[in-house]
Design a protein around this ligand. Sequence first.
Ligand code: NDP
Length: 255
Amino acid sequence: MTLLLTTAAPKVVLITGASSGIGEATARRLAAAGHHLVLGARRTDRLAVLAKEIETDTETDTGTNTGVAFPHVLDVTDPDSMRSFVSAAHDRYGRIDVLVNNAGVMPLARLDALKVDEWDRMIDVNLRGVLHGIAAVLPVMRAQGAGHIVNIASVSGLRVDPTAAVYSATKHAVRALSEGLRQESRELRVTVISPGLTRSELTETISDQDTKDAVAGQMGIAIPAAAIGEAIHYAISQPTDVDVNEIVVRPTAQG
Ligand code: NDP
C-alpha cells in the first residue's frame, strides 16, 4: 500500500497499541501526514514490520520516501515500561508532541461469569495503562509548555450494555480522567476519541464463547480502523489554540 504525504508540519507522535487495529491504522495515517512516530506494543515483531512498511511505502508529493517510525517494546500495565518508551522517544527527538493512549483489551462477559482476572486485566490495560501514559509524558509536556494527549475511549464510555459492565467502567473512567486533565491544563490539549464497532483484533480477547459469538454477529457493520485514524489526524491537525475534546465515530448502522 502506498501512502501519500499531505502536510508538512511534523509532530513527534507516540502511539500505544500500534501493533494492530486502530493503533496500526493511525500510525499509517499519521506517517502519511509526515509525522514522526514512535510505535509501542508488546508484539515488537509486528511493530518492526509496520515501521519498515511505513519507511518504504510513505511518499511525498515528489515521490521521496520519508515515513519515519520507530518500534519500541511497551507493556502499558508496567509504569517502568511506559517511562522507558517515553524516554526513548524524548532522547531521539528532544520533544514529544502527541501521545495516543490507544492500547486496550475487551474480554466481554456477564459479571456473573466471575471472570475476575479479566476484570483486572481491563482495569490494568484500559485504565492504568492510560494513567501510566499520562504520568510519563506530563512532565515533558509541562516543561515544553505544550503537548497533546489523545485517549481512545469507546461508545462504551457513553453507554452501558450487558457483558460490557467492566469494559464500560474503564472507558467511562478514561473519559472522566480526560476531562479532569483538560480542566487542569491550560497549555495541553486533551482529546477523547470514542469509536463504535471497528474492524480490529479486539474481539479476540473475548474468552466467553457465547459473548464472542454475539459480538461476531454484530461486526458485519463495523467500520475500518482507518476511520478512527482519520479522526485522530483531524484532532491533532488543528491550530494549537483549538482543542478538539471529544469525537464519536461509529458505523452509520450502529444502534
Ligand atoms: P486490537 O486488539 O486490534 O489492538 C489492541 C492493541 O493494544 C494491540 O496493538 C495490542 O498490542 C495493544 N495492547 C494490549 N495490551 C497491551 C499492553 N499490556 N501493553 C501494550 N499494548 C497492549 O484492538 P483495537 O485496535 O480495536 O483497540 C484499540 C483501542 O480502541 C482500544 O483501547 C479499544 O478499547 C478501543 N476501541 C475499539 C473498538 C472496536 O470496535 N475495535 C471500539 C471502541 C473502542 P500487543 O498485544 O502487541 O501488546
